[in-house]
Design a binder for this molecule. Structure first.
Ligand code: ADP
Ligand code: ZN
Ligand code: ZN
Length: 762
């Protein structure tokens, strides 16, 4: 939950039991529907339109009652009932209610997340189709008329003629960027016609794909059998080393569940949802799969949503926000790369899709499988304590073997642009052997600091306590925290000198250096700057996996799930900061990244090698990771957490507050802290005052307020207050005692605050 003091909208949404969406167009959209007759009775979980202030809104009926607490004359009647049947089933409604309660988020905001925009605006649950384009008869012979320098037209023509069927925007986006303008030209010339494609036929599955002839190996089959042997709800951790064939296990399970006439929800990290993945699912299952991710437009999202809800497809492959999609008959939940941070929403309604998924499976009484090569410590702890079944895949599937991993001690070793001589020599050897090389550097841009050579001035962001990153190609300084950007100065604003030093390495700089060292080899950079446009990421990874590049340079975008069969050497350049961060989760994330990036090596016949450059080869966590693997690392890290009384042994809720002036946020949190301390006293007194129960009183702690790791960001001063307890129930009860005051206190009006339950980042 969060407030927004600026427009005062908060208290309003919090008190409504209807989830509302302003909707002027609902009259038109609704009246064409047969289901909008006034004689339909409202149902819980169905939509209605209601007058609110001077507008009509679409709402979801949350409860029905014969009596009202307010004067009956003040209650306005419902305008129209849009749905004769509930949109959400009982367990789905229970999930949404639970999420609202657990994350202290108004139900209206939860509903807003759960429903596609078009549904919120009152449109029909089912969709006609999406636009698609195909060559006309004239168009089919028009290629020779395209000017030789019109490369975009040429590319579009190729894409259109490669398909026997009309192509949708989503399909084009995955192969081309900037196709809309040439498309317009083609339509004007009469070469292309636009048609409407039904949602089902607009799904990515274009060609009939051959089913791969894999037979599950013993470990994979055992995992499938174990999950299927359970009745009702069961939770499973599928811990499989990179390349062990976790996806094959998911597919085996999905096949079995579909055969029972049920559906499956599969969640993957945003970055893992590539056309490759979709194709692999469709080829194995020999059936279309619905896809849901942030790149869809409103219509495509509506399409996918309604295909799932009406059971026209059996599988939904989606990212975080797909978690609340209603199903007709859900039979299994799967989350791949469950440790991935993208499953946690970091603003607005800050839910964890992983925890919601496990909860959903519980409410639906179906199995849930969480898969990862590097499980989060939370999930590992659940597996260790027996709450989750623990399934393991210990070997790579097929003929591939795990890469050898070595630490490269770079202390005192000559380096060029952050690359040691040893690593460079290894790169050479692998390239000459015909292998691909992947260099990992988790910092985009050219250099993280631009400094004046004469006076030491550094380019800092005007609105954050941070330096701006220098981007060479565009000649700009960019703040990676707030998005501020400006032209790089040609003269120092402090002393007028024209000499600057670019301090530190970014991927852009590395790309430049590597291209100079290895002339004749193709270098491909994958980071947020090279994948800004829709489809670029997919195009680049496709290129990389097809072997159309020799050296790949990337940030963590390259680390996840991709299958690059030709990569034989992976070099990690700068992971040391993960060892010394103030965030207690930094080491866990560093280890996950190292293992995941390393996992890109040697995924086919050729063996892989991983080299990690470090200035701290003796660091105990790093040593354990490299010598004994992630399992041993996690074991040690968990012990550390237990001793330090940190999650997963404790539960946390973070209250953040920020203000334009440096005082208000701090004062607000101090005030809340006082209220919390008072509430704790009352709570303990009323429940644990008798002598026999005094020992059972929960420990409820509040830490802070402290300033956020970066105090000033986007022009605001940020502070935080941490609530912690080993007893989750009591922690939430405690917070609930002061929650209403967060909305009403005079201090709250001056700040932006937000609550983060089980925060992943401090
Ligand atoms: P993970 O997701 O665990 O990293 P994948 O599911 O991507 O691994 O599988 C890695 C590779 O091994 C893929 O190319 C896959 O086709 C192949 N593979 C998986 N299982 C088998 C099997 N039983 N027999 C042959 N090849 C397999
Ligand atoms: Zn200067
Ligand atoms: Zn900034």
């Amino acid at each position: 939950v969060s407030n927004d003091a600026e427009n005062g909208a908060h208290a309003e949404t919090a008190n409504l039991s209807l989830a509302l969406e302003p909707n002027e167009s609902s009259a038109d959209a609704g009246d064409s529907e047969s289901s909008t007759q006034k004689d339909i009775l409202p149902v819980i979980g169905g939509r209605v339109t209601v007058p609110f202030r001077n507008k009509r809104h679409t709402g979801i009926v949350m409860a029905l009652s014969e009596e009202a607490e307010v004067d009956a004359a003040k209650i306005k009647p419902i305008d129209t009932v849009l749905d004769a049947a509930p949109i959400f089933s009982e367990p789905e409604m229970a999930l949404l209610q639970w999420a609202s309660h657990y994350y202290h988020e108004p139900i209206g905001n939860v509903m807003q997340t759960a429903l596609p925009k078009r549904i919120r605006q009152g449109e029909s649950l089912t969709v006609e189709g999406v636009p698609a384009w195909r060559l006309t008869e004239t168009g089919q012979t028009a290629e020779s008329q395209i000017a030789s320098n019109a490369t975009q037209q040429e590319a579009l023509f190729k894409a259109l003629s490669a398909q026997t069927d009309a192509v949708t925007a989503e399909q084009l986006n995955s192969v081309l960027s900037g196709w809309r303008l040439p498309m317009k030209r083609f339509i004007e010339k009469g070469w292309v016609e636009e048609i409407e494609k039904s949602c089902l036929h607009a799904l990515p599955s274009r060609e009939k794909l051959a089913r791969p002839g894999h037979i599950l190996n013993t470990e994979q089959q055992a995992a499938v059998d174990q999950v299927l042997a359970q009745d009702g709800f069961s939770a499973h951790l599928l811990e499989g080393v990179t390349g062990s064939g976790k996806t094959e296990v998911y597919l085996g399970l999905i096949e079995a569940i579909i055969a029972q006439g049920k559906q499956v929800l599969v969640l993957v990290p945003e970055i893992g949802l590539t056309p490759q993945t979709v194709k692999r699912f469709e080829a194995y299952l020999q059936a279309p799969v619905a896809v849901m991710h942030s790149g869809l437009n409103d219509k495509e999202r509506h399409c996918a949503w309604s295909l799932v809800k009406t059971h026209q497809v059996s599988v939904l492959l989606g990212t975080r926000s797909a978690i609340f999609t209603p199903f007709d008959n859900l039979g299994l939940c799967i989350m791949d790369e469950e440790h991935d941070l993208s499953f946690k929403q970091q603003d607005g309604f800050r839910y964890s899709a992983r925890d919601c998924l496990v909860r959903r499976a519980q409410l639906e009484k179906v199995p849930v499988v969480l898969g990862s090569a590097t499980p989060s410590l939370e999930t590992l702890y659940n597996a260790e304590s027996g709450r989750y079944h623990w399934l393991k895949l210990t070997r790579r599937a097929g003929t591939a073997s795990l890469p050898t991993v070595g630490l490269l001690d770079v202390r005192g070793v000559p380096q060029e642009e952050g690359v040691s001589e040893t690593l460079k020599a290894q790169m050479h050897a692998h390239l000459q052997g015909g292998g691909q090389v992947l260099l990992f550097l988790n910092r985009r841009g050219y250099a993280p600091v631009l400094m004046c050579h004469d006076c030491g001035w550094q380019a800092a962001c005007p609105s954050c306590d941070a330096n701006m990153t220098y981007h060479h190609q565009v000649g700009e300084l960019r703040c990676h925290h707030c998005g501020h950007q400006e032209k790089a100065p040609s003269l120092c604003p402090n002393c007028g000198s024209g000499e600057f030093v670019k301090v530190g390495q970014g991927t852009e700089r590395l790309e430049q250096a590597v291209a100079a060292w290895f002339p004749g080899y193709r270098v491909l950079r994958v980071d947020r700057d090279t994948t800004r446009n829709k489809g670029q990421m997919m195009a680049l990874t496709e290129q990389a996996s097809q072997g159309e590049a020799d050296i790949l340079i990337g940030t963590q975008m390259l680390a996840k799930g991709h299958h690059f069969p030709k990569v034989t050497l992976v070099g990690l350049l700068d992971i040391d900061q993960g060892l010394f961060s103030c965030d207690f989760r930094a080491a866990e994330r560093m280890a996950q990244l190292v293992v995941q990036v390393s996992g890109r090596a040697g995924r086919a016949e050729q063996a892989g090698e991983v080299l990690i450059q470090t200035h701290h080869p003796e660091h105990p966590l790093l040593k354990v990771l490299v010598e004994q693997g992630y399992g041993a690392f996690a074991e040690q890290a968990l012990q550390g957490r237990r001793l330090a009384e940190l999650p997963p042994f404790q539960y946390q809720i973070l209250l953040r507050a920020e203000s334009v002036d440096p005082q208000s946020g701090w004062t607000f949190l101090n005030d809340v802290k006082n209220r919390l301390n008072f509430a704790k006293m009352q709570l303990l007194r009323s429940h644990f005052s008798v002598a026999e129960s005094a020992d059972e009183a929960p420990e409820l702690e509040v830490f802070g307020p402290v300033s956020a790791p970066m105090l000033r960001r986007q022009g605001r001063f940020r502070y935080q207050l941490l609530l912690q307890s080993a007893q989750r129930g009591w922690l939430h009860t405690w917070l609930a005692q002061v929650e209403s005051e967060l909305y009403t206190s005079p201090q709250a009006k001056k700040v932006r605050w937000s609550l983060d339950v089980d925060p992943q980042e401090m």
